[in-house]
Design a protein around this ligand. Structure first.
Ligand code: PMP
Length: 362
């Protein structure tokens, strides 16, 4: 048996052991080709099969929504922060941003460099620990699209519902919660995510978008930055990150084996409930950082009474074999990232550790 760490890293993060083992078996000789997937032409039939299987699986897990296309790009979600306004924000229009935390702020800063932006809802006053109410969004008439971050990885807040933006395209950064639960794509025009949390290794960024948003792009931007370039070339305009896409395909198979998104959601909710219950039943020793209704089932953020105690917690947890529990340096505190591939057993072990730490330090 391989000894696996209790990995709570925020990303790159834990991958399913089954997937790693399957990839290991095929690593040197992919399906009797005499070479690894990394050594073959991205124009050959063997690689192209993997590429299109990954695209089809992704759409199938989302219920095969009509009129959507999958793109595999590079440069991480951060590149999308710039590419989205470059492609979708024209002169005289404004991009509407929902300001929910660190990642939404980064997306906004980049869009500002490209064109006009408007913050249409914000939870800055609540230090981003509570999500803004999006039920009555007041959007300027010239809104090109609305951008939201479905899960703020650093603050640990997650939308459970998406706003209705009518005819205005809704673009969602789902980097840290894509495929963690069933998704109704009918309200969403474009979803994007770096792969390294729920989908596979880093190196590929997945985009699922309505074809009308990506089939035509402005001609004044370089071709490599146009969605239309990648859409027309089926994400094979330039050399794709073949190994990462192969791994995404394997992770998608694993999700199918788990019972699809419903199965994954059940597990994710059980894991999150286990840890939040430990926090809430600690008589105030542990305190959830995010407001109750806004809590994320992917990134559990919590605090202790003092920074010293938090430091002691991190140190003791590392000694006990837990990885990645220190909160992001910008907000401090503690964070357990429990993406799809983090096993229930790891969460259970964490809860046992939390109780023990409390009994020694409470
Ligand atoms: N958006 C969110 C919600 C994220 O969590 C991250 C990465 N932690 C990013 C964007 C940036 O992703 P990348 O590092 O792939 O550019």
């Amino acid at each position: 048996m391989t000894k696996r760490a209790y990995n709570f890293n925020a990303g790159p993060a834990a991958l399913p052991l089954e997937v790693l083992e399957r990839a290991q078996k095929e690593f040197v000789d992919y399906q009797n080709t005499g070479m690894s997937i990394m050594e073959m032409s991205h124009r050959g039939a063997v690689y192209e099969k993997v590429h299109s299987e990954a695209q089809d699986r992704l759409l199938s897990l989302l219920g095969n929504p009509e009129g959507y296309k999958v793109l595999f790009l590079q440069g991480g979600a951060s590149t999308q922060f710039a590419m989205i306004p470059m492609n979708l924000l024209s002169e005289g229009k404004t991009a509407g941003f929902v300001a929910t935390g660190s990642w939404a702020s980064k997306a906004l800063s980049e869009a500002k460099l490209v064109g006009d932006t408007t913050v249409v809802a914000s939870s800055e006053e609540d230090k981003y620990m509570k999500l803004p109410d999006l039920s009555q969004l007041d959007l300027p008439a010239n809104t090109a699209y609305v951008h939201i971050t479905s899960n703020e990885t650093i603050e640990g807040v997650q939308f459970s519902k998406f706003p209705d933006t009518g005819d205005i395209p809704l673009v969602v950064d789902m980097s840290s919660d894509i495929l963690s639960r069933p998704l109704d794509m009918s309200k969403l025009d474009m979803v994007y995510a770096g792969a390294q949390k729920n989908l596979g290794p880093s190196g590929v960024t997945v985009i699922i978008a309505k074809e009308e948003l990506i089939n035509e792009s402005p001609k004044h931007i370089p071709s490599i930055f146009r969605y239309s370039t990648h859409a027309k070339n089926n994400s094979l305009y330039n050399t794709p990150p073949a190994f990462s896409i192969y791994m995404v395909n394997e992770v998608l198979k694993w999700i199918e084996e788990k019972g699809g998104l419903e199965g994954i959601q059940r597990e994710n909710e059980a894991k999150a409930t286990l840890i939040y219950d430990a926090i809430d039943n600690s008589n105030g020793f542990y305190k959830g950082a995010a407001e109750l209704e806004s809590r994320s089932i992917m990134n559990v953020t919590f605090r202790l009474a003092s920074e010293e105690l938090e430091k002691a917690f991190v140190k003791a947890s590392e000694e006990a074999g837990f990885i990645g529990l220190k909160g992001h340096r910008s907000v401090g505190g503690l964070r357990a990232s429990i993406y799809n591939a983090v096993p229930y057993e790891s969460c259970n072990a964490l809860v046992e550790f939390m109780k023990e730490f409390q009994s020694k330090n409470g």
